[in-house]
Ligand binder design. Sequence first.
Ligand code: HEC
Ligand code: HEC
Length: 329
Amino acid sequence: MSRSLPAVRSPRGRALAAVTLVASLAACGGEAPAPAATAAGGSAVQFTEANWKPKTEADIPNDSMGASVRRGLYLLRFTPESLPQYATSGLRCTSCHQNDGLKLEAAPLTGSHARFPKYMPRTGTTITLADRVNYCFTRSLAGNVLPVDSREMTDLLAYMQFISQDVPTGYKLAGHDGLISMPDTLEGDVARGQALYTEKTCVACHGADGAGMGVLPPLWGARSYSIGASMSRIERAASFIYHNMPQTAPGSLTHQEAFDLAAFINSKPRPDSPSKELDWPLGGVPADVPYDTRSGHKAYRPPPLLPRATPERAVVPVPPRAASIRGTR
Ligand code: HEC
Ligand code: HEC
């Protein structure tokens, strides 16, 4: 401390200056215990779910790591433009993971980095976050497997790490496990859904043929999500629709209307998903899965299927199950 104190005349004033000096020394980290929450050291703060907020685009630093994070965000937003070999449909990641993956009601990607590796019942084994991304590339985007060691995969993972920052590894954030479950399973009516598609203005953005237009995403047909996507299950689609659509007035539909619209949309033709019959190898198939599985499930309201252009590139290799590795039990 080379800073000189102002000259103090009275004895009382001298005592005050001494107190001030002690206080400012303590604030520099001398004797007093360091306060828990400091601006610089985010990780020193005790994690509580109520106080946690994911970082957003505005927080991305202008450094080399920030460049990777930013690129990951742009891949999420501009998937077909950036990766035409892999994202071959009319969908982008943010068509479903709205608001850059931050929206709680639209299968949020916040905290994903802390949740993986994760056991996935559909695969019957524990998978990495990169494999999970590839399930969305091959099934939700009806596209091709993105090489796990590519620059682009690393950038996508960097962005997901960024929006998961400070969530402890393995911590399960409430309501972050995919789309929110609908409280009741209703029977969707295709004819009612068709009428609602016009009445509730879906047609204005997604088109009479369901093909979307420009950045407005398709709902069915060759450029939509495949039968192997979670969205092809009526309950999953009803949850997305109920919470997020119509985009101009989310929350304006009843549960029944969301199920009717989902039943209508999922009755339409969509791309096939090669090797889907191997899903849920250990059973426990949800009732509304629209295809047969070798584990004994019978398809629920299967839609007409369209062939894939490159079926061999649309299958994510299943990692071996722990129990099948020699020497383990
Ligand atoms: C057609 C809609 C759709 C599109 C497009 C889509 N996803 Fe998904 N994604 C989902 C749904 C739905 C889930 C959650 C599964 C559930 O609720 O059953 C999910 C889950 C995930 C998860 C796991 C999240 C977690 O923490 O459990 C990741 C990671 C992911 N998606 C990444 C991506 C990426 C990256 C893209 C773009 C390449 C993408 N998704 C495109 C619908 C989609
Ligand atoms: C004002 C335009 C608009 C209207 C109206 C609208 N949507 Fe959407 N919809 C979008 C946009 C844009 C997205 C992509 C997500 C985003 O950018 O917010 C989307 C995404 C979706 C998705 C997930 C992505 C996909 O293509 O599969 C579904 C399902 C969906 N909408 C269904 C509906 C239904 C059902 C209605 C009517 C109740 C509806 N939408 C009304 C604009 C609209």
